[in-house]
Design a protein around this ligand. Structure first.
Ligand SMILES: [Zn+2]
Length: 433
């Protein structure tokens, strides 16, 4: 058997990557209803398969985040064992350290981190732009009473400045000055070599004014056109590599007209898929997906960037999201927060010190089939790395399985029942997130 890591599909010596090796196959679509948020009651939720040079992704799918080409405390072998189909890394962090050339020398992100399945990199725009305001890395924002283009988190120095051509910023690692633009981001992401990349976009916050959002959407469109052109040039130039797919990102904050306009702009360009990005208020997260899908061709996969909560996942799946990345399972797990079908709890609470049950009864993950709450509680209190490992494995499995179960429910024709039952159980104890 040939290894897909050594011989990705569509990579021939001396030739540009074969674009036919990236495609999306529709399987089951949710039926339209009177409450459907899309045009004429459309519900864009669906199952399908994203075909990439490093294998297939059955969607809807959860995408674990390996920010610096690593999931903290968990080897890729374990991520594979818990059923993940793909991973997402961060172009900005890998550009800063170890540098895109290092991953290029290694044969790309997958080979570098010994992961033989599909990979994603984000454009770096999110990290670069969030330096601008010093915001927390969250998309769900409380906007009450705030409206300003200059809001900076207290005690934070503004570290990024946007102009027509790109962004200038100071490295959070060592304070050195750097520049990101459409062309620079494409150059970095081609060297990183992920199967799926994102166009460089401007991230705004819900605190920016309407006028600024309008300007930003137009600027992101101009950058998107430059990304497509540079991506085509690099694909032709870098022969012998597998084709890397490029997704355009739709911004527009919480304005319906801006989101629709931005979606039409992105749909008009020769992208392979779409990223639903930027700040979105939780209450309209499903609507936002539907507005964007109204403009998108069905054959382009849709990635929802940086999702945070179980109910948001259901809303986004129902309205057309195919893949979802989220740092919460790992980040929360390291703090002792455990995701279960009956909500989230903290395993470091005193009551679990003598609890011999697994983190979640009935869970099939490696942690739950081998270890107890009392042990994980001890490890986390003692700051033992194994505690991070065990908690992360369980939480990642929770989200991977959630999306697997949602997929089965769409194919099986019982999505609504599954959604209602899952959300009722998950939030029955007042769980957040
Ligand atoms: Zn488990």
């Amino acid at each position: 058997m040939t290894s897909i890591l050594e011989h990705p599909r569509g990579a021939e010596p001396g030739k540009p990557g074969d674009r036919k090796e990236f495609s999306f196959t529709n399987k089951t679509r949710l039926s339209n209803t009177a409450e459907g948020k899309g045009r004429d009651g459309a519900r864009y939720g669906r199952t399908g398969v994203i075909h990439t040079p490093h294998g297939d992704i059955h969607t809807p799918a959860f995408v674990p985040v390996a920010t610096q080409a690593a999931m903290k405390a968990v080897l890729p072998e374990s991520i594979k064992d818990l059923g993940a189909q793909c991973m997402l890394s961060n172009a900005f962090h890998l550009y800063e350290r170890p540098g895109a050339d290092v991953l290029d020398e290694a044969g790309g992100l997958g080979k570098f981190m010994n992961w033989d399945k599909p990979t994603f990199t984000d454009s770096g725009g999110f990290q670069v732009l969030s330096l601008g305001a010093g915001f927390k890395k969250t998309l769900a924002m409380d906007v009450t009473g705030m409206k300003s283009d200059d809001v900076i988190a207290a005690g934070k120095e503004r570290m990024a400045f946007v102009d027509e051509d790109g962004v200038t910023f100071k490295s959070p690692l060592n304070g050195s000055k750097h520049r990101f633009s459409a062309e620079i981001s494409m150059g970095i992401q081609h060297k990183l070599g992920a199967d799926i990349m994102f166009a460089f976009d401007e991230l705004t916050t819900l605190m920016n004014t309407r006028r600024y959002q309008e300007e930003s959407v137009e600027r992101t469109f101009r950058w998107a056109k430059r990304c497509v052109a540079e991506h085509k040039r690099l694909t032709e130039e870098r022969v012998g590599k597998p084709y890397q797919a490029l997704y355009g990102v739709v911004q527009g904050a919480n304005y319906e007209d801006l989101r629709r306009h931005a979606a039409e702009q992105i749909a008009s360009l020769d992208f392979d898929g779409v990223g639903i990005g930027g700040a979105i208020e939780k209450r309209i997260i499903g609507d936002t997906c539907a507005w964007i899908c109204d403009a998108m061709p069905e054959n382009r996969p849709r990635h929802v960037l940086g999702i945070a909560a179980v109910d948001d996942i259901f809303a986004c799946v129902e309205n057309g999201g195919d893949t979802f990345d989220c740092v919460a399972p790992a980040r929360c797990g390291r703090n002792g927060a455990i995701f279960t079908r009956h909500g989230r709890y903290n395993v470091k609470r005193a009551e679990f010190k003598h609890d011999q049950r697994p983190l979640e009864e009935g869970c099939d993950c490696y942690t739950c089939t081998h270890y107890s709450r009392m042990y994980v509680d001890h490890l986390l209190r003692a700051s033992e790395m194994n505690g991070f490992t065990l908690a992360t494995i369980h939480n990642e499995r929770f989200f991977v399985k959630l999306l697997d179960d949602i997929r089965a429910s769409i194919d099986g024709g019982y999505f609504e029942e599954f959604r209602d039952e899952t959300l009722a159980h998950y939030y029955e104890n007042g769980s957040k997130g």
